[in-house]
Ligand binder design. Structure first.
Ligand code: SAH
Length: 279
């Protein structure tokens, strides 16, 4: 006994459009630059957004219309009077699984007007079973036109909808959370800061951790002496060649000590006898 699904909310088109959700931010009528990168999030908890994405640089960039966020409430697509979205796992076992038909209806609404080519607009299921999220993935997504993220809850989602929609499974790391919402925010944050104009200083994304396969060197600022601890004198020397050398050595030592996996990959890219990675 399923009830009719509410029709999609009307959307305005044009160079600038008003977001359809009713977060306080949206009531301030943020303006979206046409064609701006957009994250569409299918979730049982739309109130979790924009969360930290509404703060600081990502929040300002959203206000400026450099990127946009839309939530699609999975509950609205549920079955029956109670809008059920989940059921018991086939084959038995603990917990509940999100239904393929319910998730599919929400995804269909989310993908209205988005390109079908998954390279231009990936659909992602946040999942501890997915490939680990990386800086390279953030770059790939930032170069797309947008992204649809499906946040799981309970034991996850019926496999058939993942297969049928060509959904990519991506993990935030080797641990299990109760839902995909925090993972979605983390990945959107990492992606949005690579969109031109979001960070004041794009150079900082070229020098930071992972950009050349190494972790970043330690950072210091004023005061020059704090509780008896000095800033490494080379950093105050004004000698840019020596500073670069020191930073490089620190980055290499940190990477070798903390991330043998990254260090081995970095070493493998070095031409024997050279210190610069091969292009
Ligand atoms: N039974 C699943 C875990 C379900 S956790 C398993 O063993 O693989 C519930 C939901 O939280 C998942 O569907 C996923 O959307 C989200 N989630 C939990 N941990 C995550 C992680 N490390 N990365 C991304 N999403 C995660």
């Amino acid at each position: 006994m399923s009830e009719p699904i509410p029709p999609p909310k009307p959307k305005s088109h044009g160079r600038l459009s008003i977001s359809a959700s009713l977060q306080p931010r949206d009531l301030m009528a943020p303006q979206r630059v046409k064609g701006a990168w957009c994250a569409k999030i299918v979730t049982l908890f739309p109130d979790a957004f924009p969360g930290t994405l509404g703060l600081s640089l990502t929040g300002k960039a959203m206000d400026m219309g450099l990127w946009a966020l839309e939530t699609i409430d999975l509950r609205a697509f549920g079955e029956g009077r109670h809008r059920n979205v989940d059921d018991t796992p086939a084959g038995g076992g603990a917990g509940m699984v999100l239904r393929a038909d319910v998730v599919a209806r929400a995804l269909d609404q989310a993908m209205q007007g988005a390109p079908r080519d998954r390279a231009r607009w990936p659909i992602v299921f946040l999942s501890p079973r997915g490939r680990p999220f990386t800086q390279a993935k953030a770059h790939e997504w930032a170069a797309a036109e947008g992204l649809t993220l499906l946040c799981g809850r309970f034991e996850g989602v019926d496999q058939r909808v993942i297969d049928a929609y060509g959904i990519e499974e991506v993990s935030l790391g080797d641990f299990v959370m109760t839902g995909g919402e925090i993972a979605a925010q983390a990945m959107i944050d990492a992606t949005v800061r690579l969109i031109p104009g979001v960070l004041g200083n794009m150079a900082s994304t070229e020098e930071e951790s992972f950009s050349d396969g190494l972790l970043e060197h330690p950072q210091f600022t004023k005061p020059p002496v704090w509780e008896g601890r000095e800033i490494p004198p080379v950093l105050l020397s004004g000698n840019h060649g020596e500073i670069a050398k020191w930073r490089r050595a620190e980055a290499e030592a940190l990477t070798a000590a903390r991330r043998p996996d990254l260090w081995a990959a970095h070493q493998a890219r070095l031409v024997p006898g050279e210190r610069k990675p091969r292009k």
